[in-house]
Write a protein that binds this ligand. Structure first.
Ligand SMILES: *Cc1c(COP(=O)(O)O)cnc(C)c1O
Length: 380
C-alpha cells in the first residue's frame, strides 16, 4: 500500500499524481464509449498511482464502476468509504468470500466450484451475491472454456433460482486488443457472441446482466467490443494502450522524481557503481539519485534509461542499485537536493513512462505498477 502525503514532508523521492489528468482521461474515454457503462480498473494500487484517490477521481469524472483483481483491493475501497459497484476477478479456494458478499462486491466466477463457494457465502450472509460469469474466448487465462461454459451457466442459474446469487454480468477478456487487426480479435468477439447466445438460450436474461470484454485498447479502437460496459485501465492513467497509434489525447498522470543525495567531482577513468559497468571518460561531476530497483527502477535501466537533471537528459551511469543510481553531470552545475525527473508527462523535457518502457523492452503498465511502496504518492 502506498501512503498519501499532504503538505511539505521532504522525502528522497516521490511519485506526484495529477488527479486532474485522471479525470481528463476518463472524460476522453467516455467520449469513445458514450453510451455504455465504464468500469475503471484500479487493481495493483491504481496501477501504482494510489488506489483510493484514483478510484475517487475516476468516479467523479464519470466512471460508474471499479474493477480490482484481488478481493482485498475491493475491501480496501469499501473501508475508505467508496460505495460504487466494484467487481473483483481473481479468487482462489477458501478465500473469505463472506466479507466480499457482506461488502456488496461483485465477484467473477469462471468455474462451478466458485459459484458454489459464493452461493454458500450468500446463504450465510443472508444476502444475494452478484456474480459475473466469465468465459474464456481465447486468452486462455481466467474463465470457462466454451466447452465448460454451459455447465457454469447451469450451476449459476440453479443458485440464482435458490435466491442466493444474481447473475449480474457475462464477461471475457481480449488477448490482442493492443495489436490492431490481429485475427484473434474477431475470433474472440465471435466466441463471446456465441457464449452470450448460449447463456440466453439457457435462460440468463434481463437488462441488468452486463456484457463486457473491452480493455483500454478496445475502448479506443473497437466500438464493436463495447457491449454494455468498457473496462479501461492503463488509459485512465494517461498511458497509451496502443503506443504505435499515438497518445489518443491522454495525459500521463504520474511524475516520478528524486532529489539528488550526493554530488562529487571525480577523475577521468573512475569506475561507477557495482561491477564498474560505467567508467568516466574525463574529470566530471557524479550525482547520486536515491531510487533503485527496490523502488521499481529496474536493473535493466543500467547504462540505458534517461532522466532529466539540470535541464538535460542524462543516461543512468552504471548499475542501478537497490536504493540508488548515479548520473554523470559532466561540468554542469548541480547540488544536493536538486530534483531529477525520471519520467512524467513529457511536457518539460523529461522522459515519459513510454520512453522508459521502450528502453527496457516492456510496457508502461510494468513501469508504473512496479514503483515501490516506500515512494510516497503525492497529490497536490
Ligand atoms: C487489467 C485489466 C483490465 C484493464 O486493462 P488495460 O489494458 O490496462 O486497459 C481490464 N480487464 C481485466 C480483466 C483486467 O485484468
Amino acid at each position: 500500500m502506498s501512503f498519501p502525503i499532504q503538505g511539505s514532508l521532504v522525502t528522497p523521492a516521490e511519485a506526484r499524481v495529477d488527479l486532474s489528468a485522471i479525470r481528463h482521461n476518463v472524460a476522453v474515454l467516455r467520449r469513445h464509449a458514450p453510451a455504455v457503462e465504464m468500469m475503471v480498473a484500479v487493481k495493483a494500487d491504481g496501477y501504482g498511482h494510489g488506489l483510493v484517490p484514483c478510484a475517487r477521481a475516476a468516479l467523479e469524472a464519470g466512471a460508474s464502476r471499479l474493477g480490482t483483481a484481488y478481493i482485498q483491493e475491493a475491501l480496501d475501497l469499501r473501508a475508505a468509504g467508496v460505495t460504487a459497484p466494484i467487481l473483483s476477478w481473481i479468487i482462489t479456494p477458501r478465500e473469505p468470500l463472506d466479507d466480499a458478499v457482506a461488502a456488496a462486491i461483485d465477484l467473477s466466477a469462471g468455474a462451478p466450484w466458485l459459484v458454489d463457494d459464493i452461493a454458500a457465502s450468500a446463504r450465510r450472509a443472508e444476502r444475494m451475491a452478484r456474480v459475473h460469469l466469465k468465459i474464456d474466448t481465447g486468452i486462455s487465462r481466467g474463465g470457462a472454456t466454451a466447452k465448460a461454459w454451459p455447465a457454469l451457466i447451469d450451476r449459476a442459474l440453479a443458485a440464482q433460482a435458490e435466491g442466493l446469487i444474481e447473475i449480474a454480468g457475462l464477461w471475457s477478456h481480449l488477448a490482442c486488443a493492443d495489436i490492431p487487426g490481429h485475427p484473434s480479435i474477431g475470433r474472440q468477439l465471435a466466441a463471446f457472441d456465441e457464449g452470450l447466445a448460449v447463456a440466453e438460450k439457457a435462460g440468463v436474461a434481463g437488462s441488468n446482466v452486463l456484457r463486457h470484454i473491452a480493455n483500454s485498447a478496445a475502448t479506443v479502437t473497437l466500438p464493436e467490443a463495447h457491449y454494455d460496459m468498457v473496462r479501461p485501465g492503463i488509459a485512465v492513467y494517461g498511458l497509451s494502450p496502443i503506443p504505435e497509434l499515438g497518445d489518443f489525447g491522454l495525459r500521463p498522470a504520474m511524475t516520478l522524481s528524486a532529489r539528488i543525495a550526493m554530488v562529487k567531482r571525480v577523475a577521468a577513468g573512475t569506475g561507477v557503481s557495482y561491477g564498474h559497468l560505467y567508467t568516466t571518460e574525463r574529470e566530471t561531476t557524479l550525482a547520486v539519485v536515491p531510487l533503485g530497483y527496490a523502488d521499481g527502477v529496474m536493473r535493466g535501466a543500467t547504462n540505458r534509461a534517461e532522466v532529466l537533471a539540470a535541464g538535460r537528459r542524462r543516461t543512468v551511469a552504471g548499475r542501478v542499485c537497490m536504493d540508488q543510481f548515479m548520473i554523470d553531470m559532466g561540468d554542469d552545475q548541480v547540488s544536493e537536493g536538486d530534483e531529477v525527473v525520471l519520467f512524467g508527462p513529457g511536457t518539460s523535457g523529461e522522459p515519459t513512462a513510454q520512453e522508459w518502457a521502450d528502453s527496457l523492452g516492456t510496457i508502461t503498465h510494468e513501469i508504473v505498477t512496479r514503483i515501490g511502496s516506500r515512494v510516497p504518492r503525492v497529490y497536490r
